[in-house]
Design a protein around this ligand. Structure first.
Ligand SMILES: [Mg+2]
Length: 113
């Protein structure tokens, strides 16, 4: 699994523009906007929000990817290789958090780090 192609896709697309990446706080604002769109859709499906007559049903997968796209922009603008970051996150899961949550009785997937 790799984020490289996704990060490159985003970089190729934004680099056709004069100012490819927005400043970090603008990107963060965009992330929160997209999280809000996902939240609205989930709240309409599973919570109490009622869609306006002018609103269409949104694809949850696309809303998730809108968030991911904005996060790739943030990573790319900081020259962050998310593959390296991901390895560190998973090492935290298999290391620090390995015994944090109750396991299924027959779990054979416990790794030793
Ligand atoms: Mg969206």
């Amino acid at each position: 699994m790799s984020f490289k192609n996704c990060q490159k896709d985003v970089d190729d697309w934004v680099n056709q523009f004069k100012n490819p990446y927005w400043p970090p706080l603008s990107i963060l604002a965009r992330v929160t906007e997209e999280v809000g769109e996902l939240g609205s859709e989930l709240n309409e499906r599973y919570g109490g929000r009622v869609k306006k007559s002018t609103e269409n049903v949104k694809d949850i997968g696309i809303e998730i990817c809108d968030i991911i796209f904005a996060l790739f922009c943030l990573a790319n603008s900081h020259k962050i290789d998310l593959d390296d970051s991901w390895k560190n996150v998973m090492n935290k899961c298999w290391g620090r958090d390995n015994k944090r949550f109750e396991r299924k009785e027959d779990n054979e997937n416990s790794k030793q780090v």
